[in-house]
Write a new protein. Structure first.
Length: 613
């Protein structure tokens, strides 16, 4: 099977081989691999960077309804500590950002407790919620690791934030790469930081949804991914009147209110084709008795048997905890656990292509599917949907982190262990921050779904909670058209991906595409507009049109810049790795700068609210 257009054929073995094992530059640093070394990384990653990113993520999710992933921010801060280890410090910084990002991502899940409060559901004791979240998080980490060989090693998806982190860690821990890349990376960080602050303070920029990180992600993936996202957004706008006429939307509803269901189905349909091809090729190799694949390098090697047992054990823990401790029906818990294996692929591909993880969409779809099975209790829907929300978030974080490790040659087993430590901290923080915020700000306990527009609190929009409560309350009224929308998306994704595969397999089409400018332009239009990647096309269904436009603009700008003639490097000058192009460095800097702006604004907003009370 040919790799997707987002593939980056850059093996990490070269990065791993670059480590010299030289002693640390600073005498006070513990020796790499020693227990003091790992104690330093755990102390900073789990107990400092994790809670720092966690309070920011929790604040953003309560106030806005979305949060910025912690990988880039933790990578920047972590590399300042491991700089003293030279080039091999990239691995220590990667371990720290893995743990910190896991803790931060789970911290944002406290909105689930807010949803309980809005709906008047009884809150279980703190230890029960922590135990439930811990089981789900550990299960999600295992499932994400299971799919790593497919999404990261075989499909080699871009994972824009993962690439940004890898570039940052390589640059900030290696003086040679730092000198060669600091200008482009630093310029991107500065622009991202400035635009992140400006978009929050200038009404006009907020109205057009300026997002440096979205533009930067587009720069990382290029026009062949960015343009399909715009096509998807425009399709939603064009189809909105038709959806209103058939009752799928109400007048004034944003198109993505129904398009996100179609978009999820589109990814599922395309994934069916790709996963089917992978299974077919594996079967063919088995029948032909092909020679076994060469041994993986030590840093990539994982005990698959233990990993499967890990997934089975924590999956069982979810059911036992959910039923025995929280009193939820076994059937819906088992159904939610099974759906994780689907959405870990679907959302993982979305993250790998566009840097967008539609976790709230996975929650909504799971509730829609459970409603089709007869579920009418919002409380059961919330607890079962939590399995999808948390597991999908953690699994995609795992894949994002492994994509960084693939580029750096970081030991996967150690990285997995650091992520599990971060999940343990995150399970505590998610419940703790939820209780803390709602105790400090009683307005967070008020159900906004029953408020008028004038009554809505200006500072705490909690859009994710609003979406959850809305879909859970709809359980009393079955809406078959939602399931129809998903199946429409599956059909569209399946058809487009099959046509793309057939076209690429045609020798005549390949000759025409390589025949000259006319062939190239025709192939580009077909690949980006007429038969675009379903994975990239779906991004336009998850977000507002302006966001798709920023993503597409970044892709076009990147491809246009890469098409310009290049000067040959001077003799003896440092040569950057293939995936550290000027466009990807600047785009990664934009993502990093936007993350720094979000951190600063989040802390400033929290302190301002505290001081103003």
């Amino acid at each position: 099977m040919s790799l997707p257009s987002t593939a980056l054929p850059v093996p990490a073995a070269a990065a791993a081989a670059a480590d010299t094992g030289a002693p640390p530059r600073w005498a006070w640093l513990p020796a790499p691999g020693s227990w003091r070394y790992h104690a330093l990384l755990v102390g900073l990653g789990v107990f400092v960077l994790g809670p720092l990113g966690g309070v920011t993520a929790a604040y953003m999710n309560f106030s806005l309804g979305f949060f910025v992933g912690g990988q880039v921010l933790a990578g920047i801060l972590g590399s300042t500590v491991t700089y003293g280890y030279g080039a091999q410090g990239r691995h220590g910084a990667n371990y720290m950002q893995t743990a910190a990002a896991s803790a931060a991502g789970l911290s944002a899940m406290g909105v689930l407790i807010q949803a309980m409060v809005w709906m008047g559901l009884p809150q279980p004791p703190l230890w029960q919620l922590v135990l439930y979240m811990l089981c789900i998080g550990m299960f999600g980490a295992g499932v994400g690791m299971l799919y790593t060989p497919i999404l990261v090693d075989r499909m080699q998806l871009t994972f824009p934030s993962g690439l940004a982190v890898a570039n940052i860690l390589r640059a900030l821990t290696d003086p040679v790469l730092l000198r060669a890349s600091v200008g482009r990376l630093g310029a991107g960080v500065a622009v991202g930081l400035a635009s992140g602050i400006a978009s929050a303070k200038v009404a006009l920029l907020g109205a057009i949804e300026l997002s440096a990180s979205t533009f930067g992600a587009g720069m990382v993936v290029g026009a062949r991914i960015g343009i399909p996202a715009v096509v998807g957004g425009l399709l939603g706008v064009a189809l909105a009147p038709g959806f209103v006429s058939i009752g799928w939307l109400q007048p004034g509803d944003p198109p993505r209110k129904i398009m996100f269901l179609i978009a999820l189905g589109t990814i599922m349909g395309a994934a069916l084709v790709d996963m089917g091809l992978i299974a077919w090729q594996a079967l063919q190799r088995l029948r032909q008795g092909a020679a076994p694949a060469p041994d993986s390098p030590d840093w990539k090697r994982v005990n698959t048997r233990r990993l499967v047992l890990w997934v089975a054990a924590w999956g069982t823990g979810i059911v036992l905890t959910g039923h025995g401790v929280l009193g939820q029906p076994v059937g819906y818990l088992l159904f939610a656990v099974a759906l994780v294996f689907v959405f870990a692929v679907v959302n993982g591909i979305s993250v790998g292509i566009s840097d967008s993880n539609p976790i709230s969409s996975a929650f909504v779809v799971s509730v829609v599917l459970m409603a089709a099975l007869g579920l009418r209790d919002p409380g059961i829907g919330l607890m079962a949907g939590t399995v999808l929300l948390v597991s999908t978030s953690v699994a995609c974080d795992m894949q994002q982190d492994r994509s960084t490790g693939w580029r750096l040659g970081t030991n996967r087993v150690l990285q997995f262990r650091y992520q599990c430590l971060g999940i343990l901290m995150g399970a505590l923080l998610s419940v703790g921050f939820a209780r803390l915020f709602m105790a400090a700000y009683p307005v967070l306990r008020l159900d906004q779904t029953v408020m008028t527009a004038a009554q809505q609190p200006a500072q705490w929009s909690a859009a994710m909670t609003y979406k959850f409560v809305g879909i859970l309350r709809s359980l009393t009224e079955d809406r078959p058209y939602q399931r129809t929308a998903i199946w429409v998306g599956v059909g569209v994704g399946l058809a487009i991906e099959l046509l793309r595969k057939l076209l690429r397999a045609s020798a005549g089409w390949r000759r025409f595409a390589a025949s000259g400018r006319a062939g190239y332009c025709t192939e580009f239009v077909v690949d980006a507009v007429l038969l675009p990647s379903p994975y990239a096309l779906s991004f336009g269904g998850f977000v507002n049109l302006n966001t798709s436009l920023w993503f597409g603009a970044g892709g076009v700008a990147s491809s246009a810049f890469n098409a310009l003639p290049r000067r040959r490097p001077a003799p003896g000058a440092a040569v950057l790795p293939e995936d550290m192009s000027s466009a990807s460095l600047f785009g990664g800097g934009l993502i990093a700068g936007d993350a720094l702006a979000a951190l600063g604004l989040g802390i400033a907003g929290l302190l301002g609210t505290l001081l103003g009370r």
